[in-house]
Design a protein around this ligand. Structure first.
Ligand code: ADP
Ligand code: ASP
Ligand code: MG
Length: 424
């Protein structure tokens, strides 16, 4: 007997038929004698609809900004998961399974105060463990918790993955299965590159990079938690027949295992390609080349909660003036330009330029630590396709390249094939 946490994403619970199908997956594990907790997302499209409602509220008089209250945003957008947790509990009961729903505040899943992007601080798993021992399935609403202000808090888009892994850690589950609409983690997004291959295993560090660099198959924070708490996490499909052979395999269910790198016997140099759309580039021209300039630029941007990513500073020709280029999410460009405009005197630049609609394509692999020439192959392959590189950043296990938006798919496919990732 094992203790298993099963998480089902939006497409897996998109309508009543799919919820019934999810209940069959849960029944399989219950019938095998396992203790089961389930985490559900909202029906697909629901969270977007709820976010849209909040964003389309009346504008503040004399301004273009809508009324906004992050705590009420959370109260609205958390409701999608409340609905699916109740519906799945009913579907399970209708199959003769003892089940009940839990909202984040009922466990409780305690979070910090960052409404809209809260972090889980603590989960009291005692009640769920006791009831699982009595044969009851806990159906937990993902994406939500309770803040220190005693109000609903949500965990950021894609946050149900994080709820699932955090609950798995709290109840000391043997396994956390993330069920989605693909049957595992692929070498790149299979929607962009049909030749992408499913990975049997991927190391935590690589999955962390893939997720941070745009592969939304798992929320970044869920991978961090799985890595820290050593949660045995599988990504697998809810769209397969729940009773197909092997689906109930305890140690090796079909899907991709996220694990320590020592568990991976045949490590490739490059494991995957990720891409992130909606990047924007800002350049400050003819800056004074003196100590404190970077602090004068990035300090105020950080205070305005703007996430700066790639940073490139030119070597100054004559030691007096230089240029600085960096990227921010497209949605933050206007705010960033405003902040930099307000600080023009202090920073001391001549001209500011910006460009939106860029894409960051990244090559990821632990094997890069010990192999030279990986970056050079990427640059050559992109050049051969006439794709211009606007900025580059590297770390031990990744190379990120900024390019024009329209070339995104071509770049992903080109890099995927150059590193031999295409399935044969
Ligand atoms: P869910 O609603 O189940 O949480 P998501 O839409 O958040 O599902 O994540 C699954 C999607 O992630 C897939 O449909 C796929 O298009 C996308 N994806 C991006 N990169 C990858 C990758 N490397 N491997 C698998 N899926 C990926
Ligand atoms: N429903 C939330 C979202 O769409 C959380 C999740 O699906 O993981 O972002
Ligand atoms: Mg998701």
């Amino acid at each position: 007997m094992a203790r298993i946490v099963m998480k089902f994403g939006g497409t897996s619970v998109a309508d009543l038929n799919r919820i019934h199908n999810v209940a069959r997956h849960v029944k399989r594990e219950v019938d095998a004698g396992h203790e089961v907790a389930v985490v559900v997302s909202a029906m697909s499209g629901k969270t977007n609809e709820l976010v849209g409602w909040v964003e389309n509220m009346p504008k503040v008089a004399g301004s273009n900004a809508p009324f906004y209250d992050a705590r009420e945003y959370d109260a609205v957008v958390a409701s999608g998961e409340q609905v699916t947790s109740g519906l799945l509990a009913i579907a399970l009961q209708s199959m003769g399974i003892n089940a009940r729903s839990w909202q984040g505040w009922q466990l409780p899943i305690k979070t910090d105060n960052a409404h809209g992007a809260a972090r889980i601080l603590e989960i009291d798993g005692a009640d769920v463990i006791r009831r699982m021992g009595e044969g009851q399935v806990a159906v937990v609403a993902g994406f939500q918790g309770l803040g220190p202000d005693n109000r609903l808090a949500t965990l950021g888009r894609g946050g149900s993955d994080t709820s699932a892994v955090a609950i798995a850690a709290a109840v000391k589950a043997d396994r956390c299965d993330i069920y989605t609409d693909v049957d595992g983690v692929y070498t790149t997004d299979p929607r962009i590159e049909p030749k992408a291959r499913r990975l049997k295993k991927i190391a935590f560090e690589e999955m962390l990079e893939m997720a941070s660099l745009g592969a939304k198959v798992l929320q970044v924070r869920s991978v961090e938690l799985a890595m820290v708490h050593k949660v045995r996490t599988f990504v697998r499909s809810s769209f397969e027949d729940p009773d197909a052979p092997g689906m109930g395999d305890l140690m090796n269910p079909p899907g991709t295992l996220i694990c320590d790198e020592d568990e991976i016997v045949e490590q490739e140099v490059v494991t995957g390609i990720a891409y992130a759309k909606d990047e924007a580039q800002i350049s400050l021209r003819r800056l004074a080349d003196r100590p404190g300039v970077s602090a004068a630029i990035f300090g105020p941007l950080a205070e305005a909660h703007i996430n700066v990513d790639m940073i490139v500073q030119n070597i100054s020709e004559d030691g007096s003036k230089t240029d600085m280029t960096f990227t921010v999410p497209s949605g933050d460009v206007d705010k960033a330009l405003r902040v930099l405009g307000d600080n023009k005197e202090k920073i001391g630049y001549d001209v500011i330029q910006s460009e939106s609609g860029l894409v960051k394509v990244s090559v990821i692999g632990i094997g890069m630590r010990s192999h030279a020439g990986v970056a050079a192959s990427a640059f050559r392959a992109l050049a051969d396709k006439g794709i211009n590189i606007k900025a580059i950043t590297t770390s031990e296990i990744k190379i990120s390249i900024l390019i024009d938006g329209p070339y995104a798919e071509l770049a992903v496919r080109t890099l995927h094939s150059v590193y031999g990732l295409d399935k044969s």
